[in-house]
Every structure is written in structure tokens, then in C-alpha cells.
Write a new protein. Sequence first.
Length: 291
Amino acid sequence: MHVALQPPLDINSSLQLFQRSGDDLLDRWDGSRLARAVPVDDHWVPFVAHARGSPSEPAFLVESPDPAAVAETVANTFVPPPPEYAVLLHTDPVLRRLDEKFRGICQIRQLDLFTALIRCISAQQVNLRWAVITRRRLAEAFGTPHEVNGTTVYSLDPHRLAAVDPADIRALQFTTSKAVSIVAVARAIVDGHANLDELRQLSDDEVIARLVSIRGIGRWSAEWVLARTLGRAVVVAGDLGVRKAVGLAYLGTTHPSEADVRRATAHWGSAAGTAQALLLHALGEHALPGA
């Protein structure tokens, strides 16, 4: 099945963050194929999406046991830049230079709420490579494998994780607090406290308030859900990677405060998601001053 995507979009470069720190078996990108599994009604449907076309005509060729069920998810893999992004490039020389070098970088969507929160929990206060290792262990221990034409990808079911003893997750070398938080998030989703359809109807502040009431979920994790799951224009100013990228690009430091980051990016407005993704990609490519 052919799925056209909204240009301009550099699929390969936008997905590099899934490859840069290792393979967690959940979001698998090998440079040409993206493998994921998505919840559809009461079951999971896996797919492999092969990158096709160019930044001006991007597309995926999709393999799946049920292509129609995953078509919308595949089409929404990325958050396209809003019209205001073109205006921002005219007024912000930092972004204009980076956009000329890395044209077509877009924010990746993490449309499954549970997987999105697991990514956040695993990345708290550790480097991203270790976060990937622990997520992979979690997938192998408690996930469900799915195969598409020789490619295996895992899903994490909150119903299963909600019943797990945190000590069993701790044994995978998560910290005790992270193990407890994973189970707490799973239970919040199962009991309806964290419901994606409801979150879509809430304001940014209401989403943050709902999510931070779950044990182990802080503001920056909630803001990543706003950005990557709900596609909102949010700068995750508490994230160390975002702080470093903004600091190098605008402030001449690798350790700006969260308040400094918010002030430096206030002009991004509705284009914040695209601008943030571009800076993080540039940071990963060592393309920021002093990186």
C-alpha cells in the first residue's frame, strides 16, 4: 500500500533519532524501513513502512497484515510544519541556516500513549543509549512480538504491565522508581485516568495536570506527550537535550536554565514543534556552534 506524506519531508533524517541511540524493538528504523505496531480497537497491528520518494514527494510503501487499519497512523507518522514555519524562517537566522542544511526535518509522532510515556520514563536522568537498552529489555520480557515479512517488532500492552510486580521490572535494571512508575502508568491507562481521546479534548495545562498526577511523570514527560503524541506546539524546556540544543544555538552555553530556554524560544509560536525537531537533529549531527 502506497501512503503519500506531506512535503517537504526528509524521512530518513527525521527518523534518525530512532537509530542514533540503538534499537529498542518498539520503534525500529534501519535507514530505509520503519517497523512499528499500533493499537487498533482491541488488538495490535504491526507494519513495516519502506521510505520512498524525495523530500518534495515523500511516501511510504506499507506492508502489514491489515494495511487499511494502519493507513491513518502511517500517514500521521510526522507532524508537518505549520504555515507559520515559513514566516519564522524569514525572521530567525539560526533556524534559517539549519533549515537550509537540513531541509525537511519534522517532528515524529508517538501515537500510542503508553509507549510514549514508557519512552519518557526510560529516558529520565540517563543517557539515551541506556534508555534504549532498558526499553529493549522491557519489550523482550513483557512485550508481544509481531512479524511482518521477516521483520519482528514488539508492542507493550498496558493491561499486561499493570499486573506486573515492579520488582520484576527492577530486575531489568530500571531504577525502583522507574519500575513503580511504569506500573503506575499502565494502571492509569487501564483504569481510564490517562485516556488519549480525553486528552485530545483538554488544554495544554489540563493535559499536563492530568499526566503529572501519575506517579513518576513530571512536567517534561507530559510536555513530550503534548509535542509528540498530541502534535501540539510545545517546547520541552526541561529536557536536557532541548536545553543543550537551544543553549548552543541561541545562548552560547550548554546549560541554560529552563526559564532561559522558554524565553529564547518564545518567538517560535505555533512552529515550535518543527523548530524543536530541527534543533535536536542538528545537535545529533554536531551542527550547532560549539557542539
